[in-house]
Structures are given as structure tokens and as C-alpha cells.
Design a protein around this ligand. Structure first.
Ligand SMILES: *Cc1c(COP(=O)(O)O)cnc(C)c1O
Length: 399
């Protein structure tokens, strides 16, 4: 028997924050003005600077920093005019905060299926396009669909698109950043995403009315002239009277630790993609395992990796997960019948009713997911792939 290799790393361990972020945090802590609108004469708040820098990074006219990615999505939907009872199309393959943000407005999610490429099923979207005026598009796990075609479908049907870019910060389709196709792009800076402030998020848009409404919603009071990436004060003239305050601001401590990270984002993306490429290469040509093909028109961020175990029995998948776990490799199964950890299937969100989607169910039942934190070395990634490959082969051959 060959020696059994074991992985001893931690799938949920982030890197320490940059030294510059620690110093910036200490500076904010030392002056105590953590609230974004609390500035001394002549001072510009960290939050306003961060918004200006993120707008520049994405090429958007306007950017608003908020308390979380989920808040950004809810705020974006309110700002584009989603009302209680409205239907909002969204991905069947996504995470709980996405349908949750729709439900938070009293609106009604309508799920659209997923393909074997793990993107939204554009045929299903076309078929459901007459059911809603809005699409909350989740670029789940960084898989970008044919965005040109999606926008054609939505433009033709008069559907306003909001993009959930929690997993695509820094990713592009045909050279254009995700988050720049729809009316609004939403991002998360929660610990497991591409920038880490514990909790936090952004929304970006080129539309001044949407930006002004989002700013008022986020809890700007009448202090919106302290922003650097918000529309001109005139745009707020009537909006400031009509828009409720649904507080969800970012604070200066989070902004201070995000600014140095944003400067390093492109470097970090390159590091994630090296890890992804090695892991993917190690998983290829494994009988029973389907690697997800990536459209070359999209540049993704490989902060996690997925593969499919199509038509495996539940017991086989459970066996595989146990065998990999015993060797230190934590796989997540999106298709498990019971919600577990961060994963759940659309049919476990029982506050939403949905018609059956057999083709999507087949895909969802087989999706296996692994995070690839930057604390993993390239050797770690190769080792993880060897372990998964060996265990998939063993379980698959046993039948
Ligand atoms: C994390 C996440 C969100 C929400 O972000 P939070 O900042 O945790 O609210 C939205 N969509 C997806 C796909 C996510 O993974």
C-alpha cells in the first residue's frame, strides 16, 4: 500500500491583513471618528475615499459603501423601484442571502435554472422573462454566463438587471467588469470574499437617480455632500424627501482596512488563479468527475473551485465527503437534501414556492465545492487535488 497522503491546512483561514491596513485601523481607532459622517474640518472620511477608489477600480460613475453584500442587494432593489409583491427573477444556484434580499423587500423570488457550466440557464430565463420586471443575477461562485446574450434577453423584455458580484469582484466578461452590465452591481467585503473587512459591501451604478436613492436609503441623512462618488447635490432635491432611511452604512474602520487591500486586489486575483489552475489540472481526467468548463471570454477569480458528480447516488457522495474529510479535505455539497453550513438548495428555502426544474436539480445534486484560500500554497493545491482524485476514483469504481 502506498502511504496515504493527508492535508492539514485550514479551508477557512484567511491571510493576515496587510501591515498598511493595521496601521490605518490604528489611526482611525486613535481619533475615534468611526462614523462615516463624523469628520474634523478639512478631513475626508476613509469611507468616502474608499468609495472613490472602488468607483475608479470598476469604472463606475457612482459607488456607495454599505454594511454588507446582502444590504447592497436589498438597497439596490429598493433604489431601482422593486415594490412589495413584485416578482424578481433570480438564480436557483446561489446562496441564501440572495433570495433573502428579495424577501426582505416583501418581493417574491422566481428561480431560474442552472446549466452544467454552473451559470444561469438562458433558455429558462427567456421562458420566464415575461413573469417579472427585475432580475437579481447572482454570478454564483464566479461563473459568468454569456453576459451579452443575457443583456439582450433582459433589454428586449424590459427587465432591470442587478448583479450580485459577491464572487466576481475583479472578474470580467469580454473585457468588461462584472457589475457593469446591469443597472447596479453589488459586492460583499465579508471575510470569505475577495476583500476582507469582516462584514461590508458596495454598490456601483452609472445612474444618478439610483445612486442618490441608494445613498439616502443607506442612511446619509442630509450629509450626502460628504461623499466623493455620489451624484451632484441637485440630484437629491426631491429624492431626499421621498426616500426612507434604512440604515446600512459602512464605517471608517472597515473602510480604512479595505483601502490597502483594494490596491492589492489584482495581485491577489493572480494568486487565486494560480491556485485554481493547479487544483483544476489535478482534477482533470478523473472518471465520474466533471470539471466545470470556463468560457474563455470570461476572466474569473478562482477563489473557490467546483466540480460535478453527475448522477451519483446520495450515499456515494456522502461516502466521498467522509473519505476526503478523513484525509483533511473539506468538500461542500451544494446538493445535499438538508441545508448544512453555508450551503442550501433552492427548494430548502421554503418561503419561496417554485416549479420543479429537473435539469437543474440534476446539476445541483452533483455540485461539490471547495474554497481555495490564499493561505494554501501551490503544493497544498496539488496535494488536495491528488486526494480528491484518488477518493473519487475509489468511490466511483466501487460503484
Ligand atoms: C456572501 C454572499 C452574498 C452576501 O454577502 P454578505 O456580505 O454576507 O451579506 C451574496 N451573494 C453571494 C453569492 C454570496 O456568497
Amino acid at each position: 500500500m502506498p502511504m496515504t497522503e493527508r492535508f492539514t491546512g485550514n479551508f477557512t483561514q484567511q491571510e493576515p491583513l496587510p501591515q498598511e491596513a493595521m496601521q490605518a485601523a490604528m489611526h482611525v481607532l486613535s481619533h475615534g471618528r468611526l462614523h462615516r459622517y463624523n469628520v474634523s474640518p478639512g478631513e475626508t472620511a476613509e469611507t468616502a475615499l474608499l468609495e472613490q477608489e472602488f468607483a475608479a477600480y470598476t469604472g463606475a460613475k457612482y459607488c456607495l459603501a454599505v454594511a454588507s453584500g446582502g444590504y447592497a442587494m436589498g438597497c439596490a432593489m429598493r433604489a431601482v423601484g422593486v415594490k412589495p409583491g413584485d416578482k424578481v427573477l433570480t438564480n436557483a444556484f446561489t446562496l441564501a442571502p440572495v433570495p433573502g434580499s428579495i424577501a426582505s423587500l416583501g418581493a417574491v423570488p422566481v428561480f431560474v435554472g442552472v446549466t452544467e457550466g454552473l451559470v444561469i440557464d438562458l433558455e429558462d430565463l427567456q421562458a420566464k422573462a415575461d413573469q417579472a420586471d427585475f432580475l437579481m443575477l447572482s454570478h454564483m461562485r464566479g461563473h459568468l454566463c454569456d453576459m451579452d446574450r443575457l443583456m439582450q434577453i433582459c433589454d428586449a423584455a424590459g427587465i432591470t438587471v442587478i448583479e450580485d458580484c459577491a464572487h466576481t469582484m475583479g472578474a470580467t466578461w469580454n473585457g468588461k467588469q462584472s457589475g457593469r452590465f446591469g443597472a447596479v452591481g453589488c459586492y460583499s467585503t465579508q471575510t470569505y470574499k475577495h476583500l476582507n473587512s469582516g462584514e461590508g459591501g458596495f454598490l456601483i451604478t452609472d445612474n444618478p437617480d439610483i445612486a442618490a436613492r441608494a445613498t439616502m436609503l443607506s442612511g446619509s441623512y442630509m450629509l450626502y455632500d460628504r461623499h466623493l462618488a455620489a451624484p451632484e447635490p441637485q440630484v437629491f432635491e426631491t429624492i431626499k424627501y421621498e426616500t426612507p432611511n434604512v440604515s446600512g452604512r459602512m464605517d471608517n474602520l472597515r473602510a480604512a482596512i479595505l483601502r490597502p487591500q483594494l490596491k492589492q486586489l489584482d495581485q491577489q486575483i493572480a494568486r487565486w488563479n494560480e491556485r485554481y489552475a493547479i487544483t483544476e489540472a489535478g482534477l482533470r481526467d478523473t472518471p465520474g468527475l466533471t470539471v466545470i468548463s470556463r468560457d474563455p471570454q470570461g476572466i474569473f477569480v478562482g477563489s473557490s473551485i467546483q466540480f460535478l458528480l453527475l448522477d451519483w447516488r446520495d450515499a456515494q457522495i456522502a461516502d466521498l465527503l467522509a473519505r476526503c474529510a478523513a484525509r483533511g479535505v473539506e468538500l461542500k455539497w451544494f446538493g445535499g437534501a438538508e441545508p448544512s453550513g453555508f450551503t442550501s438548495r433552492y427548494d430548502s428555502w421554503r418561503y419561496v414556492s417554485s416549479d420543479p426544474m429537473p435539469q437543474s436539480d440534476r446539476v445541483l445534486r452533483g455540485i461539490i465545492d471547495m474554497r481555495l484560500p490564499l493561505t494554501f500554497s501551490l503544493e497544498d493545491c496539488a496535494l488536495i487535488a491528488r486526494i480528491v482524485k484518488a477518493e473519487v476514483s475509489a468511490v466511483y469504481q466501487a460503484g
